[in-house]
Design a protein. Structure first.
Length: 330
């Protein structure tokens, strides 16, 4: 082939390759312009109206505006988030089907002997938020954390604690709290949901519980419940008079409810990075931060790598405890 003809052929091949990369969304600047070019589906594996759903809708509304495409929230509750998670794990890895996860996602591998998906089927995109919890009681005489710890010192007369179910975040945190503080006598009382647990907590039928500040605030403010500590690194602006567990000498018990976004594994890295960058920008918005603060929730907006490390740590801490307690939900 003539030298000039060969040069033209090579140039044509390069142009064709770049066009293909831009089309599938993995080729640098051109790829980012190509993605997205149609609506994005975000599966929330919980019912509409809950905190996870509200956070997802608030964040994704802003992400939609930045991407210039509709972002449609699709609520798929069921089986402790497994139903919705499986849908996304098996979806095309093209950036058009995403998943919102919370703490249950990191725990389910230890809680269930058999899952319809593997953790490797999903790729972390970004942590959205973290939410401090509060430790509450209605029992007379329990005014401080030390009072509560002392009340659980007798294995023969255990102090009871409530949760929304076996293996829930409140259950695992209650167990960690008892073990860390040396409470020899505690008894877990699982409920079918937070509402029933709160009713018995307020009446004094059960001793203590960890739950979201937004859920417990209406009972704390009129004095129906006493707030003993919050679980975040610092005090909550919603409960400024309540110390943190870290402040009270238990930094190992710092814990948050959290939410984040996952994508199907093998989603092109350029798309994952694009989504993570847009989410991070959204989480810095003043209006969104104000809305989140109203439910004692902090924006995060992490990188994919940071979120992957966070999930791994959550899975290890709670997975070890789940195995020690021999909890299985299937």
């Amino acid at each position: 082939m003539h030298k000039t003809s060969a040069h033209r052929a090579r140039g044509a091949l390069r142009l064709a390759a770049l066009a293909v990369l831009a089309t599938v969304g993995i080729g640098g600047a051109g790829a980012q312009e190509a993605y997205p070019n149609r609506p994005i589906r975000v599966v929330v594996p919980y019912p509409a109206g809950g905190n996870t759903d509200i956070i997802a809708r608030d964040v994704m509304k802003e992400v939609s505006a930045r991407l210039g495409q509709p972002v449609v929230i699709d609520n798929k509750p069921g089986a402790n988030s497994i139903l919705g998670t499986d849908i996304v794990a098996k979806a095309a890895p093209d950036g058009y089907t995403l998943l919102v996860v919370i703490g249950a996602y990191a725990n389910n591998e230890a809680l269930y002997r058999s899952l319809p998906y593997k953790p490797a089927d999903l790729a972390p995109v970004a942590q959205l938020t973290r939410t401090s919890l509060v430790l509450v009681t209605a029992r007379p005489g329990l005014r401080t954390l030390d009072d509560l710890v002392r009340s659980g010192g007798d294995a023969g007369a255990p102090q009871s604690f409530a949760s929304s179910g076996v293996g829930s975040a409140a259950h695992l945190l209650g167990e960690r709290f008892a073990r860390t503080t040396g409470m020899k006598g505690t008894m877990h009382v699982p409920y079918k949901g937070t509402a029933d647990a709160t009713t018995d907590l307020v009446s004094g039928r059960v001793g203590f519980m960890f739950d979201a500040i937004s859920a417990m605030g209406p009972h704390i403010r009129p004095g129906k419940l006493t707030a003993l500590a919050v679980t975040g690194q610092d005090r909550s602006p919603l409960l400024p008079e309540v110390p943190s567990l870290k402040e009270l000498g238990h930094p190992e018990l710092v814990a948050y409810a959290w939410a984040g976004v996952m994508a199907p594994a093998r989603t092109p890295p350029a798309i994952v990075q694009r989504l993570a960058g847009e989410i991070a920008s959204v989480m810095r918005g003043a209006e969104l931060r104000t809305r989140l603060a109203a439910i004692s929730t902090e924006p995060v907006g992490s990188t994919p790598a940071e979120f992957a490390r966070f999930i791994a740590q959550e899975a290890k801490v709670n997975g070890d405890l789940i195995r020690q307690l021999q909890i299985s939900l299937d």
